[in-house]
Ligand binder design. Structure first.
Ligand code: NDP
Length: 256
């Protein structure tokens, strides 16, 4: 795809794209012309996802790279591998994340640390390595996948709320340090998205009616709703947008 929103010839990596939202975002970036590196922790699942996506694009457009995003050395090696084997990374989407539900009084510090490491520290580790070469080249896009829990709290998910709130401020901190070098760093905060993972919530009559009543758009989001914003933030169409977190939530966070 050429033009203002086109990503032809640009190398993008989406962390946590072996499945779920990340997989859909990676496909959206590839549809817009990017050469895409899929990523995950589990090499077998990642290889299967990459083979499936590669079948839909010309040869050489879909790659994969497995590493643990909570491991600083592995993150550095992974970003270096992309630069050496695919091309200099121009678009990084920090999407990988986990959830852990337990009341705070019962929360083990190991689980607190694990969620913070996966949902927040990883964006610093992978983002920092990507930024090194982006800064050298004077351009680059980093998109951090936040959540409505960036702004709103709910019981039983304290580390997730802390991490996603921190991710918005990390987006601002990256902007403060790297925007002058030609990078744009922004966040996307998805609302409640109807996926395989949330089908049980959609099927839960009480939860579903709470979501519909709480969302001005009166529906769940879909992964397709996230494609436009991620392509926009990855493209030249957003070259003066910096440090923002865009809520794609049907209006949930602007009403009580
Ligand atoms: P999934 O659970 O479907 O997928 C998580 C991805 O992250 C997988 O690819 C997984 O790899 C990868 N991953 C997890 N831990 C690691 C690790 N330590 N190292 C490397 N990769 C890892 O997630 P979702 O699609 O549901 O969520 C994606 C993002 O969107 C998250 O940041 C989440 O917080 C956010 N979000 C999700 C919403 C939703 O409704 N689902 C709503 C709002 C935000 P592997 O397959 O190898 O395990």
């Amino acid at each position: 795809m050429s033009g203002l929103f086109g990503l032809d010839g640009r190398v993008a990596m989406v962390t946590g794209s072996s499945r779920g939202i990340g997989n859909a975002l990676a496909r959206g970036l590839a549809d817009a012309g990017a050469t895409v590196v899929l990523h995950g922790a589990n090499p077998e699942r990642l290889a299967a996802s990459a083979a499936e996506m590669a079948a839909d694009f010309p040869a050489g457009r879909i790659h994969s790279c497995a590493f643990d995003i909570t491991d600083a050395a592995a993150a550095a090696d992974g970003v270096r591998w992309v630069g050496e084997n695919v091309g200099e990374l121009e678009i990084l989407v920090n999407n990988a994340g986990i959830q852990h539900r337990v009341p705070m009084l019962d929360l083990d510090v190991k689980d607190w640390d694990r969620v913070l490491a996966t949902d927040l520290t990883s964006a610093f580790l992978v983002g920092r390595e990507a930024a090194r070469s982006m800064i050298d080249r004077g351009r680059g896009k980093i998109i951090n996948i936040c959540s409505v829990q960036t702004d709103l709290a709910r019981p039983t998910i304290a580390p997730y709320i802390a991490a996603k709130g921190g991710l918005r401020n990390l987006t601002r901190a990256m902007t403060a340090e790297w925007a002058a070098s030609g990078l744009q760093i922004n966040g996307i905060a998805p609302g409640y998205i109807h996926t395989e993972m949330t089908q049980n919530l959609v099927d839960d009559v009480d939860f579903n009616s709470w979501i519909l009543g709480r969302t001005p758009a009166r529906r769940w989001g879909t992964v397709a709703d996230l494609i436009g914003p991620v392509v926009w933030l990855a493209s030249d169409a957003s070259n003066f947008v910096n440090g923002q977190t865009i809520f794609v939530d049907g209006g949930m966070t602007v009403v009580v």
